[in-house]
Every structure is written in structure tokens, then in C-alpha cells.
Design a protein. Sequence first.
Length: 186
Amino acid sequence: MSAFVERFAADLVEAGMQRMPSRVFACLLVSEDGALSSAELGARLRISPAAVSGAVRYLAQVHLISRERQPGSRRERYRVHADAWYEAMTQRDAVLGRWVNTFQLGVDALGPQTRAGRRVAETAEFFTFMQDELAGIMRRWRERHPGSDSAAQAAGTAGTAGTAGAGSTGAGTPGTGAAGDGQPQR
């Protein structure tokens, strides 16, 4: 199990996520209940309480985990969402929308007939394409898994894949800056 956790964490790091959040996420993912306390995470990963705290703060901020109180205790447990990947992609859709809007501002500022303006316009078109394709992928996922948390959430919003995160004010996405600005965190 430990080898898988470290291997998956390394894959997440290679994709842009910070090392400690990657390890904590992988550890939670393979735990039997999908939830562990700070002490359990520290013991399993052999990391300090401060490292656990920073990692879970980041993972909660990007909506990959949630905090919950242990019954009868002041201690928190951290739970990986059943639909963590769906949630992460929904947040990515919101980021793509913000990028498209920013690129449009760039085209307006540069002028659509300049070489730079055309280059920025093509970038905006690419991300619009990605956003449209992502919406279709998310819809097909909900159709494939109608009983999942993500399908129930989507049915309640009756919108596209980006609806849940479209009003985001900077929740970020895995591997990107906390402000959701697409900047890698190191």
C-alpha cells in the first residue's frame, strides 16, 4: 500500500501538485473509510503535524477533501470526496472560463488584427474548445454513473459541468495557485 501511495503521490507532483498534499491525498484515497485523523495521517506518512496541517488546508481549499468532527471529540478527520475527480474537473472548468475572459480582454487591448492579438485570440479559442469539450465529458460521466454524488449534484443544478464552480471566487484547482489563477504552486 505504501508503495502505491508514494507512486501515486509522485505522479500528482509531476502533474503540478505540491508533494505533501499529494501524499496526504493518496493516503486518504487508499484508506478503508476514505477518512483519517491528523494523527493517523502523520503516523502513516511519517510526517509532522505541521506538514499534515498545510497539506489538508490545501486539499480542502481545492475541494478534494472535507473536514469533519469525530463524534464525541474535538478532533477532526479528513475525508476524501467520493467524487473528488469530478469536483476537481468542475473547478477546472471555472478556471478555463476565467482564462477565456482574460484572453478576450487581451485581444481587445492588442487589437484582433495584430499578430499578437491573433495569437491571443487563438489561445482563447483553444481554451473555449477545451471548456466545451470538458462540459461534454462531464455530462457523459454523469450519464455513466447516475447514482454518484456528482450526478446528483449536477441534476440539482440542471446546468453544465461548470455550473457548480462558475461562481468561484478563487478556490483554485489541483496543481494551481490558491487563487485559481492557473499558476503552479511550488
